[in-house]
Design a protein around this ligand. Sequence first.
Ligand code: GLU
Length: 283
Amino acid sequence: MTLVTRFAPSPTGLLHMGHAFSALTAWTAARTAGGRFLLRIEDTDFTRCRSEYTEAVFEDLAWLGLDWETPVRHQSEHRVDYDRALETLRDQGLLYRCFRTRKERLALAGVAPHADDPTDPAAFTGGPHAPDEEARRLEAGEAFAWRLSLDRARAQLGDLSRLGWSEEGVDPGTHSARPGALGDMVMGRKDIGAGYVIASVIDDAAQGITHVIRGEDLIPMTSIQRVLQALLQLPTPIYRHHPLLLDETGKRFAKRDGAVTLAQIRAGGTSPADLRARLGFPD
Ligand code: GLU
């Protein structure tokens, strides 16, 4: 079997060291195995993605010394496929509309809306609205998300922990899906259609990805993706999650914390070979 892997950034900001590490890990794995390396632009969310960031992805990765197959798949060009999958799930009764605002979700989760933590409660388990409330909010034209009901997925598939995947990265072995940790996740939104989770499983199948090589922060997401693969009858690739690269304070690199970007590193005069060596990929 030829190893086929991908680097799949979302162009919502400039790439930083963490991205470079992830891209180099996947690219090196492909080269070492005599396999294929694909680049995929995960730009389904047009409210957050920008074309200049997509351009910067190409520039940064080429500067880093990577090459990839063309044409590059841009998810924004395949919305129909993802929306069709969203519809398939909806037709099976697996999705429900969720009109709750962040404030409402926090209140349901018993978290004070003024809490310092700006993030959503990690797992939404509030379930569907009462039918009359749903009808009223739909009628009022309120924004909503389509959430995947894990209860309904369980009713269709049985015990979800029987779904497994083969992990070759951190904690190797067979992993069982434990989607409960992320609750009833958003699969799409009224305004933007199907989102990242659906798009990524569709594309991994469409592109014949045999090995998903990415950061270990996405291990919880893998459980949901595994459930989606079962519901949409898609193959399950092998996963190879790598440890996250940490900065000198021991924190993971993150766009939202203003991590130093590859563009800044490049402008500072670092050579690609130096950066590759710093990341553990000496020539
Ligand atoms: N687009 C995702 C991100 O930038 C990566 C998804 C994946 O590798 O499966 O976090």
